[in-house]
Design a protein around this ligand. Sequence first.
Ligand code: SF4
Length: 500
Amino acid sequence: MSMRPVEHPTIAATDPGLLAAVVAGEARLTPDQGLELFRRLPLAELGRYADARCRRLHGDVLRTYVIDRNINYTNVCTARCTFCAFRRDSTDHDAYTLGKEAIHEKIAQLVAIGGTQILMQGGMNPDLPLDYYLELLSSIRERFPSVHVHAFSPPELIEFVNFFDPPGKDLFAKCRWVLGKLQEAGLDSLPGGGGEIFATPVRRKIGLGKCDAESWLTVMFAAHSLGMFTSATMMFGHIEGHADRVHHMWLVRQWQDRALAEAGRDSASAWQGDTVDSTNSAASSFGHYKAFISWPFQRENTPLGRVRDWGAQPEELSAEFPGDIVARAFDWGRHDEVDYRALGPAAEQFGRRVRMSGASDYLRTQALSRLFLDNIFSIGSSWVTMGPHIGQVGLAFGANDMGSVMMEENVVSAAGTTYFLDEALLCRLIRESGFIPAQRDNTYDLLNIHDGQDSPDLRVKDWSTHRAKSLSRQRGGTSAARESEPVALTVTGAAERSRN
Ligand code: SF4
């Protein structure tokens, strides 16, 4: 008999009994309750419940990170997402597509520092045939058999289906065919890029040319059906309403229910404590979402970033944010076709005003995701966009994982991110939060528990050398084998404190 936690829609979201049951994995929040918690619970209290849930799932001792490398194999893209500063037309002078040799070189550098996986994503480039991907994957498998290949987000997969016209009676079958080929060649798992916000009105405004939510979720389900593990993401803090964030999490939770049910994991043990997902090598042929990572929109160099902030006009100070009005009319997806122009003057500004996220909004969103996504094992803290120290605080707001040491990142950094950390700094951030840092692999199995004096951070004698360390960012251009351009590490706080 299924022991999935049940919803109690008549109980107030802030009821301590309900929240205690959510923490214990015995009750699940409805979307309305999720929204109420987000809006009404004081930040510290929300964080306290999220932390308790996190500790229930992951214990009190370890918090994890992974060493991987982002490789953006091409910046040529047919889509025109308004939040993107990375894409280029193929005719642009700084358009690039990496060849096998350039990618191999990057992986060799990763392996040299103990890295275990690559996160490989790119634009939707119509000039690349299926053989480009198959040959690339098989060459990586041949040369780096121990490196986990986490690659190709759902929007890329949808474009593969459009470009390659695979056999299959519906989108699921077509995606499954393409994914099967990629898996055979060496693809191990799928990243959750391109999730942004699933709500249709928002997606239509910001994801120009990108797949809709149903397609995104179908790609992931097809990957799960092939036994792959994937992650889900959310990019918030732009034109969306707060309810859209909860709706986004709700869809992830529903599709995760389906995947877990297919995997035969819809049992009491799948919902309690560290057994939500800890059996990574489970003898199931069905995969599921491993992690949820959310981050705020970065505005620099993006068309969406030039949109005016809400509240800049006096009349806006007392008016409801347009995204919230439209989200209410969207009604948790029941009204897909929202005529927002008919919703009054404030709603007419939908898409023309942004509500940027700050630290409190970020932590609140992340904490809610830990409580709401009761069937997702890992919640990642987004230091890449929020900065290392907010990322560190995120470990007290429901996150169990600090993500990756960042050797290279091109997509978010094109929109303004400047945070890069090496392994010692990442370990230090985790240790300063009161946990022992542990390196994990893509399936969240632990590789190294850093509890001894030879730990990466405890070996450091001079933190200033870490401040100055150069990491890499892909330089644009048309060549298939570009050199990487060094960028300086910008984190200073930990280094300053170490001298005191
Ligand atoms: S976010 Fe991705 S899909 Fe959208 S324009 Fe940028 S590269 Fe293309």
